[in-house]
Each structure stands twice: as structure tokens, then as C-alpha cells.
Design a protein around this ligand. Sequence first.
Ligand SMILES: Nc1ncnc2c1ncn2[C@@H]1O[C@H](COP(=O)(O)OP(=O)(O)O)[C@@H](O)[C@H]1O
Ligand SMILES: N[C@@H](CC(=O)OP(=O)(O)O)C(=O)O
Length: 444
Amino acid sequence: MPILKIGGSIQKDEKDYELIAERIEKYSSKTDKVIVVTSALKGVTNSLIEATENRDKAVDLITEIYDRHVKLLSKLVEGPEFENAFKSLSKLADELFRIAWSIKVLDETSTRVRDYILSFGERMASVTLASVLKSKRMNAQAYPEPVLVTDDSFGEANVIEDLSINEARKLLEIDSKIVVSPGFIGKTVMDRYTTVGRGGSDYTATLLGKLLGLSEVRLITEVPGIMTADPRKFPGAKTITRLSLEEAMELAQMGAKRLHPRTFEPMFNNDLKVYIEGLYDEGYTLVEGTCDSSDKLKGIAILEDLKLISVESTKIVGKIGSAARVMEKAREAGVNIVSLSQPASETTIHLLVDARSSNTLTSRLEELKDVNTVNVQDASAVSVVGCGLRKKELFKEILREASSFDITSVSRGLSNVSATFIVKRDEGFNLAKDLHEVVIRWTN
Ligand SMILES: Nc1ncnc2c1ncn2[C@@H]1O[C@H](COP(=O)(O)OP(=O)(O)O)[C@@H](O)[C@H]1O
Ligand SMILES: N[C@@H](CC(=O)OP(=O)(O)O)C(=O)O
């Protein structure tokens, strides 16, 4: 029994839905049950976020979202099935309009209300997709409520696996061959809606695979697999045919294919295989197993919009606890540290953070007594990923290529399958381009 995840990128119009239905049919004809995890329609999560931020426009934005779903249904579904889906969608939309009015009146949104609002994207999508499948005479049913039980860290909720197993099993009890369920969203034990972070439907699908003891998850999307680089920015990018679990985790952490960073975590210590496959073009990536002796280089990924904060002081040298004090400031400011390094001379501590959070952190760091200066510069992090980086010759070749750039630091990732270079922002793309050329020469 496979889990099929239908990405938001391939839910644009009725032509997409014809292809999605064909793909689901293909896999369901080979098995007795299929669980489909769906994302919201393309752009819907962004519009819902905009509604929470731009509250005067919330009602208009929600009207647009509702109209889009109804228009899709009217093109793809007829008769009583249309009536049923229309009723379910309108009920969800009524609930959403009520919240939109209240946030407009209160002119305030909490993280809890934000997640509640975001949940409608995936819930509406599951009703729509199940209805399209039914109208094509497929034995399908929507289960438009979250199956993951989480804590109440709204926006980035943590899944409580033990409590989620029983909820997940409910999908198996539904008397339909195909069950369509929402990705990305969860609920607390008090039945509050939560979300697990952007791109969270990928993670929902792999986690359900683990919780239900399944062996196959397919993430169906607009690109033919995870590629050697983002094909939009690097036109020579190619599909990677196989990734070990360590390689896949490193690429996901660096934002490749906009995967949720935890997508591959559920694959540890079980036989789950994950395929990332294209809807429009043939091609897929299989993620399974660990490094193989024939593995070389697989891909590059780049994080832009970062700031490198360098805390300089001669007074911190050899002083126990000085790094801890710097990190404590980051914790107080609620700022995530993307990377951190310190030379053995101990005179500087480099912190790499998201550009949007750098001001909050620098002002707190300037409060530290034993610090001379806090420098901030625009930076990028460029990673090369491949089990082959454990071999000296390949690592040397990567270092040689990178040496023509002004590098602040180099660090190695999980099991040494990645090397990440921190450079000035305006050098990031060119470094990535050059390293990508090396990767292409060494792709298996
Ligand atoms: N290494 C990569 N391989 C493939 N796609 C990538 C990579 N890095 C970035 N992307 C981008 O990821 C996008 C697909 O992700 P996303 O829109 O989240 O898909 P979905 O909604 O189907 O989950 C592609 O349009 C592509 O531009
Ligand atoms: N809709 C959510 C969850 C998700 O996984 O979407 P997508 O499959 O389009 O990446 C988001 O936009 O973050």
C-alpha cells in the first residue's frame, strides 16, 4: 500500500487534476488501498498567510480561494457528486469567512488563529481532490481532518508519534480504496489546529508511512525528482536517480526541492523507500539506504538571504562560557542559528542567521560587556552533497574549485556527506554555479 503525496505545485488547474487522477489510478490499480496526502492548491497557503497579515483584504482573499475551488469542481465534477462536494466546501468556507471577519474586527491574529486559518487550504484541497476522483468512478473518499497529533508550538508544531498512530490507523479503517487526507496540518490533544512548518505535506506523507509501517511513499510534484540544483536557477541541472538517506537529509535541510527539513527523518531504522517523481516529465529520485562505495557527488544547494554576524573580542579568548553567553543571546532573541564557527585562536565567533532576524540579535550581542565589535555582512551558504566527499580526491577537487572565492568558513555535515561554504552574498551564486559544474562531472 503506497502513500501518494500530491504537491501544491501540481494543483493549478483542471488539466493538472486530469493528470493527478491518472497517476492515482495507475498506482491504485496495483494495490488494495492507497492513502493520498494532499497539499493546498498552488498559492493558497501564501494567500491565507496574506489574509492573516493584511486583515482588511482577508475576506476578498478568501472569496478568491473559495471561487477557485468551486470553479475547479464545476469543470471536473457533475451531478450529485458536485452537489456533495459543493456543500462540503461551502461549509468550510463559511467557517473561514467567520474567522476572517473576526480577525478584521479585532485587527489581531495569534499564531494559533493563523494555523487554524492555514488548515483550510489542505482541508478544502482534500474535499476537492476526492470529489474529482469519485467523479471518475474511482472508489475514493476524503478524510479532511488532520491525522497528526502535535504539541501546541503553532507554526512549527512537533508531532507526538505515539498519539498519532491511532489517528493514522483510522485512515485504514475507512471503507474506500483511496483515502484523501490533508498534509501539513495537525491537531493538539485539545483539538486545536496546528501546522508543522512550510512544505510540511512531504513530512506528513513520510511520517504516515512510518506510523503505518508501510514501505513506499511517493512525493508527486512538478519537477522530475530532486535535481543536482534548482532547475529554475541552474538550467543544466539533472535528476538525481538515487540518494542515500544522509545525502537526502543534507539536501532537504538546505532547502532543495523546498522539502520540509524533516521529510526524511521518518526513514531512519525502517524499510521505507521514498520516491520523488514528476507529474509532467518522466523521471524520479529514489531515496533509500546508506552511502554506497560507488556514490560520487549528487547535488548543490544554496541558502541566500543570510547574515553573517561576527563577534570579535580579544577578551573572550580562553574564557570558559563566552561562547555560551553569545548563544544565550540568540536563544533570548528567539533567533535560529543556521551555522556557527570559531577559529582555534578563539578571537571571533561567527554566527550565520536568517537576514530577517539579524537586527534583533545584533542589538542584543552589542550589550555583551567583553565584546569589542559586532560586524554584520550579507552572506550565502553553498553546500555540495555526495557520499563521494568522504574520498580525498573528490573533496580536494571541490576545495580547489572553491579556493577562487573569498570563503569565511567550511564545515562538514552528516557523516561527512556534505561540505558547506560560507561566502559573501554576491559570490554565492557564482560559487554554486562552479561547484555545480564539478558535481555534473562526477554524477554517477
Ligand atoms: N534540487 C532541486 N531539485 C528540484 N527542484 C528544486 C530543487 N531546488 C529547488 N527546487 C524547486 O522546488 C520546486 C518544487 O517544490 P514545491 O513547489 O514545494 O513542490 P510541491 O508543491 O509539489 O511540493 C521546483 O519548482 C524547483 O524550482
Ligand atoms: N501548503 C503548505 C504545505 C506543503 O507541503 O505545500 P507544498 O506541497 O506545495 O510544498 C505550504 O505551502 O507550505
